[in-house]
Design a protein around this ligand. Structure first.
Ligand SMILES: C[S@@+](CC[C@H](N)C(=O)[O-])C[C@H]1O[C@@H](n2cnc3c(N)ncnc32)[C@H](O)[C@@H]1O
Length: 213
C-alpha cells in the first residue's frame, strides 16, 4: 500500500524544485526577499493544478504570487505550468492552510484567493470549510489594511454559507454575482474546476470580501 506523505515532509521531486519553497516558516515576515521585486503578495489557497495562479502571474508581472496546495501530485502540475511559462513572480508551498500563521506575518499579504474549495457538505464538517469563520479570522490578520479575499465556487450552499461567514467576520462584501460568466465582470481568469463546472452548465458564484478600515 502506498503511504501518503504529509505536506512539509521531505520529498524527492518537490524538494528539488526551485519554485517550491522549502522550510517556508523561515520566510515569515520576509516573503518579499523570496521574490526579485518588491510588490504586493497575493496568495491562492488550494491552488490545485495552477491554471488560475500561473495565468494571473503571467498577466500581472509586478505582483508576487504564492500558491498553496496540500496535495503533492496536484501541486507538481501547477509547478510544471509555472516553469513552462518561465515565471519569476511566483512560488509554491506544499503546505496545509490550517498552518498559515506559521508562515506569514500579520499584514504581510494583500489578497487571498479561494477558488472552488471543498464544500464539506455535512453540517458537522462546517469548520473544515476554508471560508469558516476561524479561517477568515486568520486571513484577516494576515492581510494588510486594504486586504481582500476573492472567492469563487460552483456550490450554491457553500456560497450562501460563506457570505454569512464573511459578514459575521465583519468583512465588507462587494462585486457579488450568482452567475459570474453572465455578469459584466471584465476580466475573469478561470480555474480548472471552473472550466469543468461551467462546461456542465453550472453557474459560478463569486464575491470579494474586503477589510474595513
Ligand atoms: C476542489 S480543488 C480546486 C482546485 C483549484 N482551486 C481549481 O479551482 O481548479 C480544491 C483544492 O484545494 C486543496 N486543499 C484543500 N484543503 C486544503 C488545505 N487545508 N491546504 C491546502 N490545500 C488544500 C485540495 O488538495 C485541492 O487541490
Amino acid at each position: 500500500m502506498r503511504r501518503r506523505k504529509k505536506p512539509g515532509s521531505e520529498e524527492k521531486l518537490l524538494s528539488k524544485d526551485k519554485l517550491v519553497v522549502k522550510e517556508p516558516e523561515k520566510y515569515k515576515g520576509k516573503w518579499c526577499s523570496v521574490f526579485q521585486q518588491i510588490g504586493e503578495i497575493h496568495v491562492e489557497i488550494g491552488t490545485g493544478r495552477g491554471q488560475f495562479i500561473t495565468t494571473m502571474a503571467e498577466k500581472n508581472p509586478h505582483i508576487n504570487y504564492i500558491g498553496i496546495e496540500m496535495k503533492e501530485e496536484v501541486l507538481l502540475r501547477a509547478v510544471t505550468k509555472a516553469e513552462k511559462k518561465q515565471l519569476e513572480n511566483i512560488v509554491f508551498l506544499w503546505f496545509d492552510a490550517n498552518r498559515l500563521i506559521e508562515v506569514f506575518e500579520k499584514g504581510e499579504l494583500h489578497r487571498i484567493y479561494i477558488n472552488f474549495c471543498d464544500p464539506w457538505p455535512k453540517n458537522r464538517w462546517a469548520k473544515r470549510r476554508l471560508t469558516y469563520r476561524s479561517f477568515l479570522e486568520t486571513y484577516k490578520s494576515l492581510l494588510d489594511k486594504q486586504g481582500e479575499i476573492h472567492f469563487k465556487t460552483d456550490n450554491e450552499k457553500l456560497f450562501e454559507f460563506s457570505l454569512n461567514e464573511f459578514s459575521i467576520c465583519d468583512l465588507r462584501l462587494r462585486n457579488i454575482t450568482f452567475d459570474l460568466h453572465q455578469s459584466d465582470l471584465k476580466e475573469n481568469i478561470t480555474t480548472e474546476y471552473e472550466d469543468k463546472f461551467s462546461q456542465m452548465g453550472k453557474p459560478i458564484y463569486r464575491c470579494e470580501a474586503v477589510k474595513r478600515n
